[in-house]
Design a protein around this ligand. Structure first.
Ligand code: PAF
Length: 282
């Protein structure tokens, strides 16, 4: 497995692979790899002749009061996991090369970044689309794999690729959960035992909403009222809901009535840790 710390090395390797006619599959991450990331690497392994992973905690997608400084980092552990999944190359850039002095060029995706997480994290998606565009320019993948846990991020990246004519096929992979249903996230490490138990209310409320929809409930406000009260009760007062929304899964516009594909998206704080989860009704 090759490990590249500079843009020129990464680009030279990708150029050579592409010249040799090999397809590159790419999994961009911020490291602290868990089973969710490994499922993306496995998907990438099947879709490309070469598999590239990037590990970079991107500062422009964190607001000043967020957890950039304490975001979990474990480069040695990540490299061992990547190697075990058959990764061919890992790109590990640093801030100085990704954001050189006087950096001032950003990619902004408009409408689909305004709601859901974009409403409470206003510059977050500008940071994500900018760094992903830069990584695509450097790695030059044919295919890039993203998790559906960050469903809005996936919609934003698809929009950017379409709007800017980027020759990258975007693939979404299902959420990977712990055995008790908690969606895997690098931020789960921050949770105390009580907060972790309370956080299970998120997935359970999505299951409850699924039951309502299967039994014919179509009104988004009734479903959301049940989801909110469920999180409040099952979360034993430890969960603070940021949003619970039912939106069109492509436009991310609010739906009053369930019409598929619909996305039920949740964000809530367990203590100081902001968690997201979702379920897509296709
Ligand atoms: O999903 C993530 O880990 C990040 O948002 C990404 C796509 C690697 C961009 O920094």
């Amino acid at each position: 497995m090759q490990i590249f710390h500079t843009i020129s090395e990464m680009r030279a390797w990708s150029n050579a692979e592409k010249l040799a006619g090999r397809r590159i599959a790419f999994v961009p991450t911020m490291g602290a790899l868990h089973e969710g990331h490994l499922s993306l690497l496995r998907e990438g392994r099947m879709r490309g002749d070469r598999l590239v992973l990037s590990i970079y905690v991107n500062p422009t997608q964190f607001a000043p009061a967020e957890d950039l400084a304490k975001y979990p980092r474990d480069l040695e552990g990540d490299l061992a996991k990547a190697r075990a999944e058959g990764t061919d190359a890992v790109f590990v850039p640093n801030d100085a090369m990704m954001y050189p002095e006087r950096f001032q060029t950003y990619v902004t995706v408009e409408e689909v970044t305004k709601s859901l997480c974009g409403a409470s994290r206003p510059k977050h998606f500008r940071g994500v689309s900018t760094v992903v565009a830069k990584l695509f320019n450097i790695v030059q993948p044919d295919t890039a794999i993203f998790g559906e846990k960050d469903f809005q991020q996936l919609v934003v990246i698809r929009r950017m690729v379409l709007d800017l004519n980027m020759p990258v096929d975007i693939v979404g992979c299902p959420i990977v959960r712990e055995p008790d249903g908690l969606a895997m996230s690098s931020r789960n490490k921050y949770l105390s035992a009580e907060e972790r138990a309370a956080a299970l209310s998120l997935n359970r409320s999505l299951i409850e909403a699924g039951r309502m929809i299967e039994s014919g409930e179509k009104r988004a406000d009734s479903i959301l009222a049940r989801v909110r009260s469920f999180i409040e009760d099952e979360g034993k007062g430890l969960m603070r809901i940021d949003y619970a929304s039912i939106v069109d899964a492509e436009t991310l516009r609010d739906l009053a009535q369930i019409k598929q594909p619909a996305l039920l998206a949740l964000a809530a704080f367990a203590g100081k840790t902001r968690l997201i989860d979702n379920r897509c009704f296709r």
